[in-house]
Write a protein that binds this ligand. Sequence first.
Ligand code: PLP
Length: 431
Amino acid sequence: MFVSDCLNVNEKGHLTIGGCDTVELAKRGTPIIVYDENEIRKNCRAFVKSIEENYDGKGRVIYASKSFSCLEMVRICNQENMGLDVVSGGEIYTALKAGFPAERIYFHGNNKSYEELSEALNAGVGRIMVDNLTELETISELAKEKNVKANIILRIKPGIDAHTHDFVKTGQIDSKFGLALETGEAMEAVKHILTVDNIELCGVHCHIGSQIFDIEPFEHAAEVMVKFIADIKSETGYEIKELDLGGGFGIKYKESDKPNPYDSYMKAASKVVKAECKKYGLEVPFIIIEPGRSIAGATAVTLYTVGSVKEIPGIRTYVAIDGGMSDNPRYILYQADYEVVCANKASEERTKKVTVAGKCCESGDLIQEDTMLQEVEAGDIVAVLSTGAYNYSMASNYNKLRKPEVLMVKDGVARTIIKRETYEDLIKNEI
Ligand SMILES: *Cc1c(COP(=O)(O)O)cnc(C)c1O
């Protein structure tokens, strides 16, 4: 009935998540973000199973922790036998603090700093995803200094249009990420890398974008990448052993979104990978996938309290909530879609067209424009659905708002996994 299986309506007509009444949870203070642990694990397991089934287990699911990184999320990914995709020293630190094994950490980013690379090598992260040759030189120097070998995966721009928002496309030639295939840049880089000291070229990587519903771009990417591995072999004699096909699987934000089951992406891509490997006489490489949004996104809701309802006759009705771009900047960034439900009137029809506005001092601070909602008034609880990915992780303290509390619920029981910030937290680094 809602965008995610973990959501329901109870006998009081209240929205529930993971068996917990959201109206009760909101009494702890709003805004508050609530995740359903079973739903997170269900998604993890679906991806892990798909690797087992489609590649006989010769592969790894690495959670893109930038979508939602915190100690508890990292622990869950560890328990689910996944790897972790990190993009900063801060995410590495979080992973290590949560006890995540360094050898299953994969370090991404288009401009990793010297310090971050040094920290990564000290920690012994499993792979560093190399974005460019300047970075490669730094890694080589650092590895030499530390007397270690850096295992790297090279990021490639495969030249694929992923049919998604321009800001979340990454595979095309005009992208800040990786090295281009079409121009020969990537092949040149590979030839160079094979001569560089203290570097082991383990694999090649592509990530074509995010919130992609079509299967075809993933098949196309798989085809292009296997051909690249074949070309490397024929030009250098070196056989690449790992192929990272990235993340980007679309999730349900609106009722009208029709995402494919995650397994169908894996099935389709694995068919292509296997067929192309056969064609070129290659062994099927170890496959890595990097889901972020599709693990965390649809597993959470954000609860807000309505402060006021402002009707501008003939124009629009604003419903003002006690959060906004500070906890969810995705609408102001790229007009992201969301479903909005009045949590304490969840069994009623959504009959009124409203614009849900945040409390930050920006006219663009909206959560959703012209969306259908129940008739609401001050004091009602509004739930924004599918806020598990790129919400808390993108939150800021704009207007000196405190980052919200984050709860994890499981089978009707809620626990805090991130405390709400205090006013003291807001000034703790100020002198
Ligand atoms: C962001 C990102 C991901 C995860 O993307 P989702 O759309 O959240 O699945 C995976 N790999 C790379 C390199 C990324 O930048």
